[in-house]
Design a protein around this ligand. Structure first.
Ligand SMILES: Nc1ncnc2c1ncn2[C@@H]1O[C@H](COP(=O)(O)OP(=O)(O)OP(=O)(O)O)[C@@H](O)[C@H]1O
Length: 316
């Protein structure tokens, strides 16, 4: 269990964490999301005792990381996939870590097998791809068979097979009753694997709750298919709905009314309806809406890039 309370951290007078409070529970995969620079890695570093908060605290199983008696057996973490000497092999790196923490040597081969690195166990890490380094980082995190697992962007560099494997691993770890906190920008992956969604922006919590609740909206858009689209659209608009027609003359998206109300209006007029489906937003859509105001580093859109190019041209 991870408990973060009123965490504050500034760098060079700039507040990076601004009173962050959340709990990551055992038995659940908690997706830790937020735009670039939101403070995710800083938070993970504070939980792992790699930085001192200006105020507040971050506890694992009720104590600060520095006070844990068996840190690697309590909390395993992947923060930086390149945190291994390039001349070392995965086996040497893991064996050295196991010795320092009184972890049985047999566990080294076990985790190498688990992450699929057994064939490369004795090769120097310098020749490894990013995905292989990530696998080694995950092996390090799991070495002590910890009850809490923290992974910072573990999917980076993994191939499709690796991503699928990691998805299964995260699920299995949580199902075994472990606390799993994973930061990622891959919304589709997180939507598949997360139980809890924790979104931060500018060092504050923007949303914290179950994935299903996060995706719930009171009035989701409704996909409508009817041969009487023109008449039904007029009737729906008269009730205040917005109806957006599609290239198919029988299909539209309706916002502002429930599917039940749309169905009732159609029934009152004896207009047949072939489809009436509330469309829940994807995790990515819900996330984009939530963080729209908290994005610090925004990319230029195609339109603004064209505008900039034109203004450069006019300056020449
Ligand atoms: N040691 C440091 N010294 C100065 N500034 C720092 C330090 N660590 C983090 N920051 C700043 O704190 C802010 C939050 O960074 P952090 O890495 O926690 O964000 P993040 O949410 O993990 O972002 P990303 O998604 O890009 O990894 C950034 O503006 C970063 O530059």
């Amino acid at each position: 269990m991870i408990e973060v309370r009123d965490l504050v951290k500034s760098y060079g007078g700039r507040r990076v964490l601004d009173g962050l409070t959340f709990t990551a529970e055992p038995g659940r995969v908690t997706a830790f999301l937020g735009p670039n620079g939101a403070g995710k890695s800083t938070t993970l570093r504070m939980i792992l005792g790699l930085g001192i908060p200006d105020a507040g605290h971050a506890l694992v199983n009720g104590v600060r990381y520095a006070e844990l008696r068996d840190p690697l057996r309590t909390v395993g973490a992947l923060l930086d996939a390149s945190a291994c000497h390039p001349a070392r092999s995965p086996r040497a790196h893991l064996t050295w870590l196991a010795r320092t923490q009184r972890i049985p040597a047999a566990r080294v081969d076990e985790v190498l097998g688990l992450v699929g690195l057994a064939p490369a166990a004795r090769r120097p890490v310098r020749g490894f791809s990013l995905g292989m380094r990530q696998r080694l980082g995950i092996a390090v995190a799991l070495l002590g068979d910890p009850g809490t697992v923290i992974l910072d962007e573990p999917m980076n560099g993994l191939d499709p097979e690796g991503i699928q494997w990691l998805r299964g691993l995260l699920r299995a770890l949580a199902d075994e009753g472990r606390t799993v906190l994973v930061s990622s920008h891959l919304m589709r992956e997180m939507a598949v694997v997360a139980d809890q969604v924790l979104v931060i922006g500018r060092g504050r919590v923007l949303a914290d709750g179950g994935l299903t609740e996060f995706l719930e909206t009171d009035l989701p858009p409704v996909r409508l298919v009817t041969p009487r689209l023109d008449e039904l659209s007029r009737a729906l608009r008269a009730e205040g709905a917005r109806v957006t027609h599609d290239s198919d003359p029988h299909r539209a998206t309706v916002t502002g009314l429930t599917s039940a109300r749309i169905g009732d209006i159609a029934a009152q007029n004896a207009w047949s309806v072939h489809e009436l489906t509330p469309v829940r937003p994807s995790l990515e859509e819900a996330y984009m809406r939530l963080t729209a105001e908290a994005v610090e580093y925004r990319s230029a859109t195609a339109a603004s890039t064209k505008k900039e190019a034109a203004s450069h041209a006019s300056l020449k």
